[in-house]
Design a protein around this ligand. Sequence first.
Ligand code: NAP
Ligand code: FE
Length: 372
Amino acid sequence: MEFKFFLPTRVFFGNDAVSKSAEYLKQLGKRCLLVTGRFSSKRNGSLDDITDVLKKNNIAYEIYDEVEENPSFETVETIGKKAKEMGADFLIGIGGGSAMDSAKAGAILAMNDIDVADLWTKNLVNKPLSVCAVPTTSGTGSEVTQYSVLTNRKKKSKRGFANEQIFPVISCLNPGYTLTMNDFLTINTGIDALSHAVEGYLSKRASPLMDKIALKAIGLIRDHLPLVLQNPKALEKRSQMMYASMLAGIVIAHTGTIILHGMGYPLTTYLSIPHGRANGMLMCGVLEMIRPSRKEKVARIAECFGKENGDLGGLEAFIKGFGIDTMEYRKKVTKKMLEEFADFASKTSNIRNTPGVITEKNIRDVYLEEFT
Ligand code: NAP
Ligand code: FE
């Protein structure tokens, strides 16, 4: 057996997660840039909790509250500049993956005079500022990963980069912040977490330890996502989803995501389908594509959803049960578009983690199957 394990994030989980992190936050410096979206963190209590702790500990802060969904190169450039101008010692990303990922990229750009596109290629001269993360969705796991996913709007291209120096140093997970999520967001983010667990389990970089965590996350999501939708204010069920999302994040921090994430990105950039939902639409098709090289593992996933002999019908019903379907997009999608999607996906780095030999044609066939 051979594996590596690295997770440098100090996690606080529970109702008082933010206040409990104070003694560690204090050690990060005297000036902080808060990075968040326009509305949600003001409504779910997370921004107030953070600013209270910062005030109590005499940490000066400024707020950048214009992060959009699928953050752009321009947004993270602005964040980097702002952090530099105010002399920030650290950043706190508060919100969904978009806010946390923006804080991570901004932390690098504040300290390194590089273009955003260089985040994928250049070795950094200077250590990024420290990043803290306060998730308010249960989906991306960005609070425990070294990834940041950014969109180049001009090129219609969405890609993630990895850098161990942007692992959040502190993450505060208070499930209470997720109580304000509507059903649509709860579903899309929950399926993103499922996708991380499934992809991590199938990844070429999977390990026995990560397999255990991935299967745990799959079971938690299978059991709790429907319950959260039945009773959106049930804090204990929301807690289980936040826990599952974090576990799935720990998995992909070690295994990476596979071609499913690479194939989902164009659905978001071209068709504005939310990230997790896009993965949900393609999940069973991708599992079928991978089956020849991971027969037992695909069967194990099928079993998690109540079916024997590798029958993915249970997983498919689970996903479709949330109204995730390609039907409404079939008329909008042209053959040329699907070719562009396949061309893009076949060049993503996610393919390196994908078991078997996956060709552009295999990828195109999955898109065709799901969208025509
Ligand atoms: P998001 O794009 O961060 O947020 C989606 C929407 O949800 C926003 O409108 C946001 O509003 C709202 N929102 C956030 N928290 C809420 C709450 N508690 N109640 C009500 N509304 C809330 O969504 P996400 O799915 O969490 O993140 C997706 C991004 O993360 C994508 O770019 C994806 O590619 C990336 N991702 C990153 C990783 C990683 O490891 N880094 C992994 C997977 C995915 P406001 O704008 O007002 O806040
Ligand atoms: Fe994801």
